[in-house]
Design a protein around this ligand. Structure first.
Ligand code: DP6
Length: 372
């Protein structure tokens, strides 16, 4: 895998003594799932997602130059993390590991003292993973520093390298930079697709897919029962692994055709099979995980019945948890949302849900620079 295009090309002497950068990066929901990886953070199959709008992480990264030849990143003082303004030392080991992993591509991070202030637009206890949006926001903040050392960096290199770095933090994070439909992983016949970073899906797409709503039912707001690292690990030696990777590759090409034709019924079927395949893999792994709750199944059955009876293309997808993402074209929300309210909200904990939709991707918040 050739990652040489991501090596640092800037001038370290341009590093200001201190400064801060702020980015907001969205969450994303996979239509074709990434489940299974090999070192370092490379996907066993391509995946394709909708970038969301409302669910996002906002991060401000304050940096200070400490020493040209600074010691290891593991120096305890060099990184402090705050979540919603409160110290969050539990996040620090994961971020250290990330910084260590990216330092060959961003050597200047070794000489920085970092203070990371982060917060999510969705509640912490919602069961919604924040690693994708969090790692994407942090990568963009770091890239913003790199851009000061490499002023000629164009916007394509900027977002591509941000996606490349985000992937090293959390695979799905590389799909949280660009908006709309994002493809991560080398896919046959899709020019520009790569295992190293996510790209805006380049194929012909019916405009209806830019209008999609995602109403997320918080069926279980608890902490994730299985970490994604452990979950991906289940695919090593899984009896269905090779068949699954092949199924995902085929689903990517089938989805390409569906997106082009705007075939919403076929879209519903494919997206649901992907979600249930993900859970089937977890159920049949060793150890085995059953992450759906009774409410998840009740919602699934009601969604399918509603689709059959109304003929409206409402479908569901799932992450590695019990919450249900309800996907439908924006133009149908006057018909679909009342059904969700009347028939499905009772399965969400305290009726909790998030009304989200396909979004435009990450965006800078503010940029301050200081030269002492
Ligand atoms: C089920 O990206 O969280 O959401 O690379 O170990 O951080 P790591 O895994 P992660 O896995 C996401 C898995 C998924 C499906 C998907 O988003 O494609």
């Amino acid at each position: 895998m050739n990652d040489s295009e991501f090596h640092f090309q800037g001038n370290p002497d341009l590093l200001p003594d201190s400064g801060s950068t702020s980015w907001s990066a969205p969450s994303n929901i996979a239509l074709v799932k990434y489940w299974g990886k090999y070192p370092v953070q490379l996907p066993a199959n391509p995946s394709l997602s909708f970038t969301l709008e409302a669910c996002a992480t906002r991060t401000t990264l304050e940096f200070e130059k400490v020493s040209e030849h600074a010691s290891s990143l593991a120096d305890t003082d060099k990184l402090k993390v705050f979540l919603d303004g409160q110290p969050a030392p539990d996040f620090e080991p994961k971020i250290y590991k990330f910084l260590e992993r990216i330092s060959p591509y961003m050597p200047f991070v070794n000489g920085l003292k970092l203070r990371l202030n982060t917060g999510n637009t969705f509640p912490h206890s919602s069961g919604i993973a924040s690693s994708a949006s969090g790692m994407a926001a942090l990568s963009l903040c770091l890239l913003e520093i790199e851009k000061q050392l490499d002023p000629h960096m164009d916007s394509l290199r900027f977002s591509r390298k941000a996606s490349f770095l985000a992937r090293l933090g959390s695979g799905s994070a590389c799909r949280s930079i660009e908006g709309g439909l994002v493809l991560w992983g080398a896919a046959e016949g899709v020019p520009g697709s790569s295992d190293l970073y996510g790209i805006t899906y380049p194929g012909e797409t019916d405009p209806v897919f830019q209008t999609y709503h995602d109403t997320i039912l918080l069926v279980d707001r608890g902490k994730k029962e299985v970490s994604s690292t452990a979950g991906h690990g289940l695919m090593e030696g899984h009896p269905f692994a090779q068949a699954r990777f092949q199924q995902a590759r085929e689903n990517i090409s089938r989805l390409e055709d569906i997106l082009k034709r705007g075939d919403l019924n076929a879209f519903c079927e494919l997206v649901e099979v992907e979600a249930l395949s993900l859970h089937a893999l977890m159920m049949s792994g060793e150890p085995s995980y059953l992450l759906m709750k009774p409410g998840t199944l009740a919602v699934i059955e009601k969604v399918r019945r509603f689709r059959k009876e109304s003929g409206l293309p409402l479908c569901f997808t799932l992450d590695a948890g019990a919450n249900v993402h309800l996907l439908y074209p924006g133009a149908l929300s006057a018909k679909v949302y009342p059904f969700i309210q009347q028939e499905l909200l009772s399965y969400a904990q305290d009726g909790a849900h998030i009304c989200d939709r396909v979004g435009k991707g990450a965006r800078p918040l503010t940029l301050h620079r200081r030269n002492n």
